[in-house]
Design a protein around this ligand. Structure first.
Ligand code: ZN
Ligand code: ZN
Length: 152
């Protein structure tokens, strides 16, 4: 969890700067809290940031998540019935598989490769820009858990 390697944080700082944001400790710490493929809610991010910058409030983390999302450095997803989740994989229009049992979120590549990958049967004159696709189901772990419970 201690990835305060100067190289890594310099790279993060450069990305924050390139997105037009001022580089602050809390922005770097929030950005740095994510591992590839993770989808974290604000509480999880706050817990990690607090281990590096103990004085960071949850409110500050919310603010930074909002700023980083607006700047395109984070993507925010809001699966029904779960708190907003953030991830660092942006710009590829990927979709999500969400487990209805444990709420684990998996990434799946865009169906077509770019937005909007689905076209509605009726556009009502809209120029369609994106289609938000969430697949719901039961993950392998939960399926296995269910099977073994049923056996016992
Ligand atoms: Zn599951
Ligand atoms: Zn994702």
């Amino acid at each position: 969890m201690t990835s305060t390697g100067t190289d890594a944080s310099e790279r993060l700082a450069a990305r924050v700067r390139a997105a037009g944001l001022k580089v602050t400790d809390s922005r770097i710490a929030v950005f740095d809290a994510f591992r590839p493929g993770e989808h974290l809610d604000a509480d999880a991010v706050h817990a990690r940031v607090a281990s590096v910058l103990p004085s960071t409030s949850r409110q500050a983390v919310y603010g930074v998540l909002g700023a980083l999302s607006e700047a395109g450095l984070l993507r925010k997803i809001e699966p029904a019935g779960s708190p907003a989740l953030y991830e660092t994989r942006t710009g590829d229009n990927h979709h999500h598989l969400v487990c209805t049992t444990c709420s684990t979120v998996f990434d799946v590549a865009c169906i077509v490769g770019e937005a909007a990958c689905l076209t509605p049967s009726e556009t009502h004159g809209f120029r369609i820009e994106t289609a938000e696709v969430t697949f719901w189901g039961v993950c392998p772990d939960c399926s296995a858990g269910r099977a073994s419970t049923a056996l016992s």
